[in-house]
Design a protein around this ligand. Sequence first.
Ligand SMILES: *Cc1c(COP(=O)(O)O)cnc(C)c1O
Length: 350
Amino acid sequence: MKAFEKNIRKVEPYVPGEQPKRQVIKLNTNENPYPPAPGVSKALMQMDVDRMRLYPDPTASDLVHTLAEYYHVQDEQVFVGVGSDDVLAMCFLTFFNSDQPILFPDITYSFYKVWAELYRIPYECPAVNDEFRIVKEDYYKANGGVIFPNPNAPTSIYENLEFIEDILQHNQDVIVIVDEAYVDFAGRSAIELIDRYENLLVVQTFSKARSMAGMRIGYAIGNATLIKYLNDAKYSFNSYTMNQTSLACGVEAVVDKAYFEEHVSKIKDTREWTKKELAKLGFSFPDSQANFIFATHEKYDAKELFEALKAADIYVRYLGGERIKNYLRITVGTKEEMETLIAFLANYNR
Ligand SMILES: *Cc1c(COP(=O)(O)O)cnc(C)c1O
């Protein structure tokens, strides 16, 4: 090792799902199979190239205001960033500065561990139970902050607001972050609790239900004090995080509520159909309330099945890891894509 290497920050990075160049049935990164709302392509067409000389609005005020109206909160209660990964990383930096460990489940979004390591935040990972449910009593102990997705990923399990409130009631002296990347496919959002719990921050994204993973837009909603602290950290890091194009397209994706609801409902229908078909083929899985199904089969090796699917141009996600080594995470695509998947599985190992 060269002497200078000892002063280099070494991190074990998050490994994103594959983005193949070829056209495949892509069920590996929980993207939406449908295009964004029609207003988004209009906004793109109307982009003024000359404006690119200028920096974007550092406050992202149009997008912030549009989101605030949509969720019936004040503009001061909304923070936006370059995908929720950017927002979440900023939250780790801003809110998790205790000597006590932060808490998140052992089976969850694997980026949490990466940010904790990157920022040298101590952490503990209480185990989810045998049904992959978060055990709320594990979050009653002293800690430096709490974060979990709801629905959780990759388990797909949604916990109701009573559960969230119980965790909040036991954690009033630290920041509690609920990562709601998939909540639109599930049920009520914890946003309705922010007025009662000033330590609650809810993070959402345009990448899943709003079909805009490629645009990189995420946001946090919470009380104005927390949002101010987030903005202070952002302006100490990079003032111009979001580009003009994303800002304009983001607004259009939010205002078209009818399009949004129609397509979320389509995905939920396809999810329910896929669950039935997978069950008929002997797969088992938690009762997904997200846009993916976390499935296992007692007769099949998940890694082998993953490879076989890939050879047939059907990409799903194999995450590996001790407790989930025989599971595949399968994104809900279009009905046609799921029919192709089911047809493949029906003939597998025959
Ligand atoms: C997809 C996902 C995110 C990140 O999404 P962005 O594309 O960065 O907005 C965050 N949390 C969870 C649990 C996710 O699944």
